[in-house]
Design a binder for this molecule. Structure first.
Ligand code: GDP
Ligand code: MG
Length: 178
């Protein structure tokens, strides 16, 4: 614990933010354990998981993932998690336009209060539910581009693009020399 010397595995502290029910906990479970549990429990406060991964470029990093609760009553706790984070993953549900608006609020809050160096990735989850889609890929993409964020549409259910979130974040951080 706490090693930072040469040879130590770089750590990336990543916080997940977004409305309740968008699939934050399912994304983490899919990524860390390779599972999808449709009856997963609501997150209370925040949950922590760490996961070491070998990236496509051959390097290894350790993600320290903070999965927060989306409920309003925990919103004041969010800064405890995003302060000091190198990356934030702001999640919405592509079948829920309101959750996309909520995601935009999170982005504004991060832009105001988080470190300027934080890498933000906007994630539209539940891409498997194509028939219930309310948010177009283009609107997510455009919003992300305008705000210099990474963007991905994912499905925790099918695993589509889930590992890609973390790959993209690690790549961006490596590129920025952080
Ligand atoms: P959180 O509150 O953001 O942590 O959301 P959860 O991870 O608890 O997921 C909320 C609900 O959405 C659960 O019923 C999940 O089964 C469902 N869910 C999460 N991700 C997906 C997905 O990619 N596709 C589908 N179809 N359902 C999902
Ligand atoms: Mg949760």
């Amino acid at each position: 614990e706490g090693e930072t010397g040469p040879g130590a595995i770089p750590r990336i502290k990543l916080v997940l933010l977004g409305d309740s029910g968008v699939g934050k906990s399912c994304l983490v479970l899919r990524y860390v354990r390779g599972q999808f549990d449709p009856s997963s429990k609501v997150t209370v406060g925040a949950a922590f998981m760490s996961h070491s991964v070998h990236l496509q470029d051959g390097t290894t990093v350790k993600f320290e993932i903070w999965d927060t609760a989306g409920q309003e009553r925990y919103a004041s706790l969010a800064p405890l998690y995003y302060r000091g984070a190198s990356a934030a993953c702001v999640v919405y549900d592509i079948t829920n336009a309101e959750s996309f608006q909520k995601a935009k609020h999170w982005v504004s809050e991060l832009q105001k209060n988080a470190s300027g160096a934080i890498v933000i990735i906007l994630v539209g989850n539940k891409s498997d539910l194509t028939e219930q889609r309310e948010v177009t890929t283009e609107s997510g993409q455009e919003y992300a581009e305008r705000n210099s964020m990474l963007f991905m549409e994912t499905s925790a259910k099918t695993a589509a693009n889930v590992a890609a979130i973390f790959e993209a974040v690690a790549l961006k951080l490596a590129g920025s020399g952080a």
